[in-house]
Design a protein around this ligand. Sequence first.
Ligand SMILES: C[S@@+](CC[C@H](N)C(=O)[O-])C[C@H]1O[C@@H](n2cnc3c(N)ncnc32)[C@H](O)[C@@H]1O
Length: 308
Amino acid sequence: MMAEHDGYRWQNDIKVLFDTIVAMFSKFSNGDENAIAKSRKMKRDMRNAYGGDILYLSAKPDYSDQLRRWTYIYTYLPRHVHLVYAALCTADTPELKESLKKLKEQPIVCCVGGGPNCDALGLCIFLKKVGCKGTLTKEVCVLDEYDDWRHTWADMKQQSPEGDQSWMPETEWVKCNLVKPFTDDSAEKLKKADIITVVKSLSSVAASSEETVKEICDRIMKMMKSNALLLFIDNAKSNAGELLLEARRELNGSSHKLVLHEEVMTANLTSSRRDIYSDEAEALIEYMEDQPVLKAGDNEMILIHRFE
Ligand SMILES: C[S@@+](CC[C@H](N)C(=O)[O-])C[C@H]1O[C@@H](n2cnc3c(N)ncnc32)[C@H](O)[C@@H]1O
C-alpha cells in the first residue's frame, strides 16, 4: 500500500457530500408531506429493484424524475463513493504500482453508467488519500442513459462548502444507451480515458440478456487505449463480472488485456455512521423514517489493464 497522506480521513469527505444531499432536501420537500411520502415510496421501489438477483426491466428506475434522482443519492451515494474508494485502496499494492501510476497523475476519466458522479467522487477521495493534489482536474465524463444526472451534481456542488469544491470534479454528461452501439461522442470519451469505471451499472442492464451484457463489455474493452485501466464493481450475486471476464477471455487473442485484480469485497459503512452523519443528517434520516444504505453486501471488483 502507498503511504497514507498524513491525517487524511475519507469520512470527512463523505460527510461533506452527505450534508450537501441533506441541504438539497428543502428544495424538494418545502414542507410538503407529499414529496416525503413519494420519496419514501421511490426508495422502497429502488431497493426492491436493486436488491434482487436480477433487475427486471419493468422495475428499472426512471431517473428523468428529479425527486427520484435525489432519492437515489440519499440512499446510495455515500456507500457507492466509499465502495470505489475501498476498491482502489485494495488494488493499491506494490505489485500494481506501475499500472496505477497514471491514475495518480491527473487521469482522464470516463464513468460508464456513472449516474450522479459516485464513481469519480470515489476516485477523488482515493487520490486525496494517496496525497495527489488538485485531484481530477482533467476531463471527467459520465456516460449514462439519463444525462439529467448533471442537474443533481450541479445542485450538489452548489450546496457544497466553497473550500471543498476545489477537490470535486467538473464532470460532463453524455447521453448514452449501453444496449445500443456507442455514438461518436461516447466512443471519443471512452477512447481517450486513462480509466474507465463501470460501477453498479452492468447489473442494471443485465435484465436485457447475457449476450447483450457480454457485447457491452466487449465494446467497452475494444475502446480502451493502450495503458488504460478498467475498474468494474458490481453485486457479486449478479453475473455481470463473470460476463466481463468471459468477454475479456474472448478478446485476449487479439489484444493483451490482463486482469490485475479480482476480488469479492464487503466494505460496510455501518461502523462509520457516527463519523459521516452530522446532526442535520441524523434529523433528516429520522424524518425520512428510513436509513440510507450503508451495508455493502458482497461486491465483485475487477481491475483490467490494457497493455497494448
Ligand atoms: C445503480 S446506478 C449506478 C450509478 C453509479 N455508477 C453509482 O455507483 O452510484 C445504475 C446507473 O446505470 C444507468 N443505466 C441503466 N441502464 C442503462 C443503459 N441501458 N445505458 C446507460 N446507462 C444505464 C442508470 O441510469 C444509472 O445511472
